[in-house]
Write a protein that binds this ligand. Structure first.
Ligand code: CDP
Length: 197
């Protein structure tokens, strides 16, 4: 079965947790596309060459989750040639037999506009910064400033900006627990699967 779940949204909105949970529940493969950009940023040197030469081992570095790696990712993510180098891999993953969940910024708009289910997961900047701060520690006001700056860079770039696809289901998790958000996402997927049967 070819079935793609596209989960987009701003930094620390809960996309990763929701993606992993629904992938496990439906037996789909999961790709955290942010990790591709984080790995390109972390490699240093020429970002276009780094994106073109990206290999699976680059994705298992243990420093990719830091705030600095997120910042570096969003800087390389504005470069059209970097994005172009990563498109084919993501598209193939999305349409692989067996079902796939991809989370990122442009999955429902650019990578897989034909995705069967599209979700745009968001929350207020304060709530997202608080969640990220609990993961990475440090000064919460700094985390908030970085989250806001990264969102602005992602939303304002010319190529594949972060934007909800017109047919995406919006999931605002500001006052919703992540487990409730997982249930909402799962029910959207289930009803689409049942509608196709
Ligand atoms: O986990 P978090 O939401 O903070 O970030 P991420 O999904 O790991 O993405 C890190 C950065 O990579 C984002 O701020 C974007 O600049 C970039 N990115 C992108 O441009 N397109 C994607 N599909 C995924 C990530």
């Amino acid at each position: 079965m070819i079935f793609t779940v596209a989960i987009d949204g701003p930094a620390a909105a809960g996309k990763g947790t929701i993606s992993r949970a629904v992938a496990e529940r439906f037996g789909f493969r999961h790709l955290d596309t942010g990790l591709l950009y984080r790995a390109v940023g972390a490699k240093g040197g020429d970002p276009v060459a780094a994106a073109q030469a990206l290999v699976p081992d680059d994705l298992v570095r243990d420093d990719l989750r830091s705030l600095a790696a997120g910042e570096a990712a969003s800087r390389v993510a504005v470069i059209p040639e970097v994005r172009a180098a990563l498109v084919e891999f993501q598209r193939r993953f999305a349409r692989m037999d067996g079902g796939a969940v991809l989370d990122g910024r442009d999955i429902g708009t650019v990578i897989c506009p034909e995705a069967e289910v599209k979700l745009f997961v968001t929350a207020s900047p304060q709530v997202r910064a608080h969640r990220r701060w609990r993961e990475v520690g440090g000064d919460e006001a700094d985390v908030l400033a970085q989250v806001i700056a990264r969102d602005a860079r992602d939303a304002d770039r010319a190529t594949a900006p972060m934007v909800a696809a017109p047919d995406a289901v919006l999931l605002d998790t500001t006052e919703m627990s992540i487990s409730a958000a997982v249930e909402r996402a799962a029910s959207a997927i289930r009803s689409t699967i049942e509608g196709r049967a």
